[in-house]
Design a protein around this ligand. Structure first.
Ligand SMILES: NC(=O)c1ccc[n+]([C@@H]2O[C@H](COP(=O)([O-])OP(=O)(O)OC[C@H]3O[C@@H](n4cnc5c(N)ncnc54)[C@H](OP(=O)(O)O)[C@@H]3O)[C@@H](O)[C@H]2O)c1
Length: 348
């Protein structure tokens, strides 16, 4: 029995023509829709509700879905994808991303982990498979930021490459069309580019007006790696464990609010317009039809002016929200150590 019964697929009359949604071209020539739907419910929404939103989003014109094993809902998203495909949308018209979780980096675990995601998602292949984090450290879902894996290790390039070789095999096997990275830094990507047989097509990274990562963004673009931006609205309802007193909110920034007032839209829409115009692929999350439809539509409507783009460039606060504290591997470290602040990989 389906978990999302009562939910059928019908193209919405007020939706967006998916062929009109902008795309980005990867180094392989493949095109990825320039906006996708996130599927991490931040512990607030059930997998069923998210799966229904996937169907609803496809009805209004989304073709790109960002998934991950660790979100715990791929088996339900898979039911949604089946409804969409059975409803007449050809598989080749969809872009589905999934991610390898941190406890599956061992050589023998990578291919089975990908097969599990494929089975859950009810697909023969993924368009993109990412290594979710460059650290193999295990922590249980939902743990507090003070939680540590007693066997946690720093980034070890030799080990990362062992994982990457298996990712490359997945491409050779036809199970995955593209492979990529997530939560990386420039020095880590430099090493990967030097040693990869199949280079990363995309890097998924936190990107919103208060965390623009200009150095990493430019590095990706220069190396023909498409930046995919997570938490593009600044993840206003992220779990409490991911909140710190020093965090700022892009959607409350006076510049964003002013532009939103000019356009008569929610500040979230300004964040997404900025993202697409800058050249990253945002993957906003929402299960609310009005929001996800508006998020898609805004990629086609009135662009921000050049002056507004410059004003937004000037409000970067280098405010990382998803800090990754649980990956720290020894006492006395600061979360910034995970992000190679000196430009060298923090290895000890
Ligand atoms: N690679 C990684 O490590 C990583 C990390 C984090 C996230 N991700 C991916 O990125 C996706 C998005 O990130 P995120 O969920 O953290 O943050 P986000 O997309 O920045 O924020 C999502 C929240 O913004 C609100 N929202 C969405 N559209 C809106 C609109 N039009 N108007 C007003 N509010 C709106 C919704 O709040 P309400 O629900 O309250 O309305 C929603 O819960 C995730 O779902 C996941 O797929 C990847």
């Amino acid at each position: 029995m389906s978990h999302i019964d009562g939910c059928s697929f019908t193209i919405a009359s007020d939706g967006i023509n998916p062929d009109e949604v902008p795309t980005r071209t990867l180094y392989t020539g493949a095109k990825i829709p320039a906006i996708g739907l996130g599927t991490f419910g931040s512990d607030r929404f059930s997998g069923q509700a998210i799966a229904k939103a996937v169907v609803g989003a496809a009805e209004v014109g989304y073709r790109h879905f960002d998934c991950a094993d660790v979100y715990g809902n791929e088996h339900l998203v898979g039911e949604a994808l089946q409804k969409i495909i059975k409803g007449g949308i050809r598989r080749e018209k969809l872009w589905v991303t999934s991610k390898l979780w941190n406890d599956k980096h061992a050589e023998e675990d990578v291919i089975p982990a990908c097969r599990k995601s494929l089975e859950d998602l009810q697909l023969d292949y993924l368009d993109l498979y990412l290594i979710h984090w460059p650290f193999p450290n295990y922590h249980a879902p939902g743990v507090d930021v003070t939680s540590r894996d007693p066997s946690a290790k720093p980034y070890i390039h030799e080990n990362y490459m062992k994982t990457w070789r298996q990712m490359e095999k997945l491409v050779d096997m036809g199970l995955v069309r593209h492979i990529g990275t997530s939560n990386m830094t420039i020095p880590k990507l430099r090493l990967l580019l030097q040693d990869a047989r199949i280079k990363p097509a995309c890097n998924q990274m936190e990107l919103h007006p208060h965390f623009q990562q200009p150095g990493l963004f430019d590095f990706c673009v220069q190396h023909d790696i498409v930046p995919i931006g997570f938490s593009p609205i600044g993840s206003p309802n992220r779990p409490f464990r991911d909140r710190s007193p020093e965090d700022t909110a892009a959607i409350e920034d006076p510049v964003i609010v002013k532009i939103a007032e000019r356009l008569g839209v929610h500040p979230a829409i300004v964040c997404l317009k900025w993202a697409v115009q800058r050249g990253q692929v945002p993957i906003p999350f929402s299960i609310k039809r009005e929001q996800y439809l508006g998020n898609l539509r805004c990629t086609l409507t009135e662009p921000l002016t050049e002056e507004e783009m410059q004003e937004i460039a000037a409000i970067d606060k280098n405010c990382r929200l998803i800090k990754g504290q649980v990956f720290l591997w020894k006492d006395g470290q600061h979360w910034e150590d995970l992000w190679d602040p000196t430009g060298e990989i923090t290895s000890a």
